[in-house]
Design a protein around this ligand. Structure first.
Ligand code: IMP
Length: 427
């Protein structure tokens, strides 16, 4: 695995953390390329539980270089809190680096995220309210504050003053919120600037050097394909590109350097926030997924919407990111269901049968799934470590997915624990 990208194939929360954690053990460098602290994953290792939002999970392996790339958006207070908590627990941070080009989430981004969601009312997106969208908006509008600005107090204050001229109008006039003061924000940022300064670096150069030295580099996506701002279920998406192509831009290397792309999908589907979800179910099977899969968000604690695996969407994700492999997580959660369903096509209200994701969102909103029903299994999968350990029905289910997506499944999640997987296989 010289240069590997790992991305979510659904609406986020696919269990990428566990897959990345396993691969990080075999990597020299792990880099985040988009998103911010809207992401989150829990890692259980050595009897300790770690909740990470911004820092790549490779940080738990001594000697692994961990990068937060230029395509991310970073809340300095949140990053400092994460660093403090890792350091308190004895995790060494000397291998962490933050791109000087990464944009910072400012207090007004968080205020505007919440205010705009409130104003949208029943049309709200259901964001994590971490200021992600407003920070990316400012990046595109070229009024963003970057990590490197923390190294120059004068520039930082000047940029805050410029940004706030417009932001205070929005806060006060449009949303009826208090104005914010550039000097106050700058002075509150000062301790964070001092704490983060040693980590700020040219991360693109670090990746290039590592690749030239033949090191194994892992690029870790956050969220998932269907939350992609260009290709997802817009406007119910995040404000970055969680697809594999974005790793190059978000880190600063060329596409010719990538060897492998691993898509991660649950054995079923979940979604948090608003937006269309054709295979969503509110039957006993949905309740089973919710409780057995503990489908509550790591970042916001929100209950996730649950449904059957959508092969139309999964094929779309494979196409957009060019998956060379698929990791199928949480297969164990489906144990105990009498039958399992795979969505193989959509039906439009006019009766048309679609086997590709419709590009028109109005069509997608009105699609109903067509299912292939397969027998379920009762066996507990947590002890399964090889394909031969799987009950025939579970194996049959996995094979049906690999056949439909035309991508080999190389990892299967069979339980919560770090090593509860069937790994390095090919179906
Ligand atoms: P934002 O990224 O906070 O702007 O939220 C936009 C949409 O993406 C909302 O539907 C969120 O619930 C969803 N979202 C953002 N981050 C994650 C994640 O890590 N997992 C799942 N959904 C996410």
């Amino acid at each position: 695995m010289p240069t590997t990208i790992v991305v979510g194939a659904q609406w986020g929360d696919e269990g990428k953390g566990k897959v990345v954690d396993l691969l990080a053990e075999r990597s020299d460098m792990v880099a985040r390329f988009q998103g911010g602290n809207n992401a989150g994953h829990t890692i259980v290792t050595g009897g300790e539980t770690y909740k990470l939002h911004l820092v790549p999970s490779g940080i738990l392996y001594p000697g692994t270089t961990c990068l937060i790339g230029s395509g991310t958006v970073v809340d300095p207070a949140a990053l400092v809190a994460e660093l403090d908590s890792l350091e308190e627990r004895g995790v060494a941070l000397d291998t962490l680096r933050l791109s000087g080009n990464a944009h910072l989430i400012m207090p007004y981004h968080i205020a505007l995220d919440g205010a705009s969601e409130m104003k949208l009312g029943r049309f709200s997106i259901g964001t994590t309210r971490r200021g992600i969208g407003p920070a990316y908006q400012d990046k595109a509008a070229r009024v963003g504050i970057r990590a490197q600005d923390l190294l120059d107090a004068k520039i930082l204050l000047a940029k805050l003053q410029i940004a706030l001229e417009e932001k205070n109008q929005l806060l006060e006039v449009l949303y009826g919120l208090p104005r914010m003061d550039a000097e106050q924000i700058a002075s509150e940022l000062q301790p964070h600037a001092e704490r983060l300064a040693p980590f700020i670096a040219d991360t693109s150069l670090l990746v290039d050097r590592a690749l030239r030295e033949g090191k194994r580099v892992l690029m870790e996506g956050a969220q998932g394909t269907l939350l992609d701002i260009d290709h997802g279920t817009y406007p119910f998406v995040t404000s970055s590109n969680p697809i594999a192509g974005a790793a190059c831009a978000g880190i600063g290397i060329g596409p010719t350097r990538i060897d492998q792309v691993i898509g991660v999908s649950k054995a079923y589907t979940t979604r948090v926030g608003e937006g269309p979800f054709p295979t969503e179910i509110d039957s006993a099977a949905g309740e089973h997924m919710l409780t057995q899969g503990n489908e509550f968000g790591t970042t916001t604690g929100r209950q996730r919407r649950c449904g059957w695996l959508d092969l139309v969407a999964l094929r779309y994700a494979a196409r957009l990111s060019g998956f060379t492999e698929l990791a199928l997580t949480k297969l164990d959660v489906l144990s105990g269901l009498p039958t399992v369903q795979l969505c193989t096509a959509y039906r439009t209200p006019e009766g048309d049968r679609l086997t590709e994701m419709p590009y028109h969102q109005t069509v997608f909103h009105h699609c109903t799934p067509e299912y292939r029903e397969l027998p379920g299994w009762d066996d507990d999968l947590t002890g399964c470590r090889t394909l031969g350990d799987l009950p025939a029905a579970a194996r049959n289910y996995v094979e049906a997915i690999a056949d439909a997506v035309e991508v080999p499944i190389t990892l299967i999640g069979t339980g919560q624990g770090r090593h509860e997987v069937i790994d390095r296989v090919e179906i």
